[in-house]
Design a protein around this ligand. Structure first.
Ligand code: PLP
Length: 351
């Protein structure tokens, strides 16, 4: 099977497993795991931030950041398709008492004016707007990338109204790979940012949340409270360090493979890409006149050995990653196209 369901489906390479095997270890909670300390320091440096903390998942990075930045009764603002709003089990509300106000934007990239509209005037009756969260690059909105000015103007608009600013950088390196702009440029002036090790970087688990020293100190207390403090976490950190050395530059292969799939499908009249062309490793598409049910499409592709994901009744998502070769991308594209054409033909003949 060619698995384009998600870039989380990757398996650690043999060389990564060797790095994990050879890691020098200690007790993370006591700051005694040298490998974890090295990873956190390195990620903080890459993001241009003071310090970092390793957490088991990206979801916990968002949650810890929200709990650290906001108080119960506060509101965070993000796009309507944001991971934090839809697929983190309501953690902000459940554990932080923090509400979510969403902005509808085409590809998860909202304007400073839209943000300004969503920020509430301070009042006795309104929740306090306390945090803005952007995804760089976007996930369910189709892998779009914020330009630097777009991020800066949203950040400045948030700042001017007293909000804190958080970058969900699950796939930040896909953005840097697509544009050549550094991670530290994207994160400059933001209060917190994190990168997932278990997406395109191909590690089995882990994510590093970064910010200034007081933020990370406060984040550490939430990490501990949530049960996210670990012991010999250097086993995971070693995979992360290995990935920073060997798996960042190769993200361009994933992007090229996404382009290859798009090239094979772009003139298929049954399919509409949204965004019109992939810029990272994510392809999102719907069916012309919604003629094909996404669940039927996913099942039919699966029967032909290609796994993709129905995001909802409208969109299908396909993602390239380290375990998808160029040849597999070409093969998958043929299946994605022929299944779309077949199902669309069946449906239109019934109409
Ligand atoms: C995957 C993802 C997360 C959550 O990360 P996990 O490691 O799966 O918990 C958060 N935000 C975005 C944009 C993601 O793609």
């Amino acid at each position: 099977m060619i698995d384009l369901y998600s870039d989380t489906k990757t398996l650690p390479t043999l060389a990564m497993r060797r790095a994990m095997h050879d890691a020098v270890l200690g007790d993370e909670q006591a700051d005694e795991d040298p490998t974890t300390l090295a990873l956190c320091e390195r990620m903080a440096e890459i993001l241009g931030m003071e310090r970092g903390v390793l957490l088991p998942s990206g979801t916990m990075c968002n949650l810890v950041a929200i709990l650290t930045h906001a108080r119960p009764g506060d509101e965070l603002i993000c796009d309507h398709n944001a991971h934090v709003a839809n697929t983190e089990a309501g953690g902000a509300a459940a554990l932080g008492g923090v509400g979510t106000r969403t902005i509808v934007s085409p590809h998860g990239i909202f304007s400073a004016a839209q943000l300004a509209n969503a920020i509430r005037e301070p009042s006795r009756t309104a929740p306090r707007s306390s945090l803005v969260c952007v995804e760089q690059s976007t996930n369910f909105s189709g892998g779009a990338v914020w330009t630097l000015p777009e991020m800066q103007s949203v950040r400045d608009s948030a700042r001017s109204r007293g909000l804190r600013c958080h970058v969900d950088g699950a796939r930040l390196f896909n953005a840097t790979t697509a544009t050549g702009i550094t991670a530290s440029a994207y994160c400059a002036g933001w209060d917190s940012a994190w990168v997932d090790l278990s997406k395109g970087l191909g590690c089995p688990a882990g994510a590093v949340l970064c910010g200034d020293a007081p933020f990370i100190e406060a984040a550490w207390q939430w990490k501990y409270r949530l049960g996210g403090a670990m012991r010999q976490s250097g086993v995971l950190a070693a995979a992360g360090l290995y990935a920073l050395d060997h798996h960042v530059n190769r993200l361009e292969d994933d992007h090229a493979n996404a382009q290859t799939i798009w090239e094979h499908l772009k003139d298929c009249t049954a399919i509409e890409f949204d965004p019109g062309k992939p810029v990272t490793n994510i392809l999102r598409f719907s069916f012309t006149d919604s003629i094909v049910r996404t669940a039927d499409y996913v099942a039919a592709c699966m029967a032909e050995g290609v796994r993709v994901r129905a995001i909802d009744e409208r969109y299908v998502r396909a993602m390239t990653h380290i375990d998808v070769t160029k040849a597999a991308a070409v093969q998958a594209a043929q299946v994605l196209r022929s299944v779309a054409e077949r199902l669309a033909a069946v449906r239109s003949s019934r109409h």
